[in-house]
Ligand binder design. Structure first.
Ligand code: SAM
Length: 271
């Protein structure tokens, strides 16, 4: 993984060109939505289903988890599911037995598929997105409502900003970060926020999925600077080495890495 190069606007364009494709969205001045769809500021929300399952033992039914998240075709990246989110959600599903009671914060959550899966598996979840993007915070809320998770809180957290909301957070066990390393100029801000949370709980782990978009980008030097380390978890170790996951074709052929970042001093163990 690498450090940022190249002008921000060309990076933004290159990410936009890789947006997951969505079914067409019907702009409705009056918010007209067919059954199963709901209006969102003149656009229609489509509920996207993800179904996680385990291979059943002979003679028994395997566990299944079905969640729905809202998607809106919108200029802001947080309004729909990215391929990384499905891979991270699969990691959570695979390790679901370790989640009950864990304090889990999702950063850059957008529609929050990983956070929703964590909450459904018994974690105490807080979802967050950029405090300056109210649409993204609204869609986090919509996701909680759609999955009947009134206990999940949503807060505005802008990477790199030590805000009252960040200061008020309780110590976290796990930070979820799906496709947040997409704009190299933000990498250090993300790690600043993570470092703040690591000081609160030096054992906190960042479970992050990273989509490889440029061979020139790397986190290595920044991790060293911020006294952190990172291991890469093979996708096959949690049944994620497929283009189709949770009955979604979204991961497709994208190159996605599952990373666990922790304090360099901590002897990292992972489930
Ligand atoms: C590529 S999207 C990924 C969304 C979601 N995690 C997923 O994987 O489906 C990046 C997310 O980061 C959020 N974001 C961008 N800049 C941010 C910032 N400076 N602080 C906090 N969140 C930010 C966006 O609003 C968006 O939800």
């Amino acid at each position: 993984m690498a450090a940022p190069r190249g002008p921000a606007d060309s990076r933004t364009r290159s990410l936009a060109a890789r947006r997951p494709s969505l079914p067409p969205v019907v702009p409705g001045a009056s918010g007209v939505a067919s059954p199963g769809e709901r209006g969102f500021q003149g656009l229609v929300i489509r509920a996207q289903r993800f179904r996680f399952s385990e291979e059943p033992d002979p003679g028994s039914e395997g566990a299944v988890l079905e969640v729905h998240v809202p998607q809106v075709l919108h200029l802001q990246y947080g309004m729909y599911v990215w391929p990384c989110a499905v891979v991270l959600a699969q990691y959570l599903w695979f390790h679901r037995r370790s989640l009950p009671g864990k304090a889990v914060l999702e950063i850059g959550a957008g529609v929050s598929l990983p956070g929703i899966v964590a909450a459904k598996c018994g974690a105490k979840v807080i979802l967050s997105d950029n405090s300056e993007l109210p649409h993204c915070l609204d869609i986090c809320q919509q996701s909680c409502q759609m999955n009947k998770l009134p206990q999940v809180c949503v807060v505005g957290l802008t990477w790199g900003l030590i805000s009252p909301d960040l200061l008020a957070l309780p110590p976290q066990d796990i930070i979820l970060a799906s496709d947040v390393f997409f704009e190299p100029e933000d990498f250090e801000n993300i790690l600043t926020t993570v470092y703040f949370l690591m000081e609160r709980n030096p054992k906190v782990q960042v479970w992050s999925t990273y989509q490889v978009r440029s061979a020139d980008w790397s986190l290595e030097a920044l991790l060293y600077k911020w006294d952190m380390k990172c291991i890469c978890i093979p996708l096959e170790s949690f049944d994620a080495d497929k283009g189709d996951l949770a009955e979604s074709a979204l991961p497709g052929r994208h190159t996605i890495e599952m990373l666990i970042i922790s304090f360099a001093k901590d002897s990292l163990t992972y489930t």
